[in-house]
Design a protein around this ligand. Structure first.
Ligand code: GDP
Length: 216
């Protein structure tokens, strides 16, 4: 997993309103999913950074949009290195949260997703063991409506046998993830599938850059 372990990552800040999103135009890849699905664990597994672990473990930050800058990420096809942001969106599906609190989380996440030109890809994290929730279904329909590209990361596969992982992935491809670019089985805990996910992330982040340069 050399390409994953060598990443340099720094916390760039948290936004509570769109005016606080970065303005430097670097490509962004957003991570979203129901709370408790393992979003923080997966981000930590991807970048292996202590600072990130600390930030995403802070309960106050789970309501904000958090930006992490990855420096010198390898672009696909040996095309050198470049920077991108991994964006940690608030978790959804807080069943016990009051309606107005839920609405506030959702409005910040949707104002990010619906109006963010640097956004290249969304990574929707689901629990590989469970059927998708209504919230997951509503979200993929919403992403399609807004023509946002997404992949599904099926986490916690360490809790399943190998055959079951393949069956669950197939069922996602036919169901929730039928409009996704890919379904990537992962385990944040065992760190399996992490390099596959990273390759999808950097491929999407730098795709337009590579295409533009080839056209020159
Ligand atoms: P978040 O709310 O989506 O950020 O979820 P967390 O990263 O805080 O994880 C929620 C719980 O799921 C914690 O108890 C984690 O230890 C556990 N968890 C996260 N990823 C995995 C995984 O790949 N496998 C297993 N078995 N547990 C996981």
């Amino acid at each position: 997993m050399a390409s994953v372990n060598h990443l340099r990552v720094s916390y760039s800040g948290s936004a509570s309103s769109p005016g606080q999103f970065p303005r430097d135009g670097l490509p962004e890849v957003a991570f979203l999913g129901r709370s408790n699905v393992g979003k923080s664990s997966l981000l930590n597994a991807l970048v292996g950074a202590r600072g990130l672990a600390r930030v995403s473990g802070d309960p106050g930050r789970t309501r904000l949009v958090n930006f992490f800058r990855v420096s010198g990420a390898e672009r696909p096809g040996g095309a050198g290195r470049a920077d991108l942001y991994l964006v940690d969106l608030p978790g959804y599906g807080y069943a016990k949260a009051p309606r107005e609190v839920r609405d506030r989380f959702e409005s910040l996440a949707t104002s990010y997703l619906a109006g963010r030109p640097p956004l290249r890809l969304c990574v929707l994290i689901v629990d590989a063991r469970h059927e998708p929730s209504e919230g997951d279904e509503a979200l993929t329909a919403w992403l399609d409506h807004h023509r946002l590209a997404y992949v599904v990361a099926a986490n916690k596969t360490d809790k399943l046998g190998r055959g079951e992982v393949a069956r669950r992935a197939q069922s996602l491809v036919r169901g929730l993830a039928r409009t996704a670019r890919a379904v990537v089985p992962v385990s944040a805990e065992r760190r399996t599938g992490i390099e596959d996910l990273w390759n999808v992330v950097r491929g999407a982040a730098f795709a337009t850059l590579a295409a533009r340069e080839q056209g020159q």
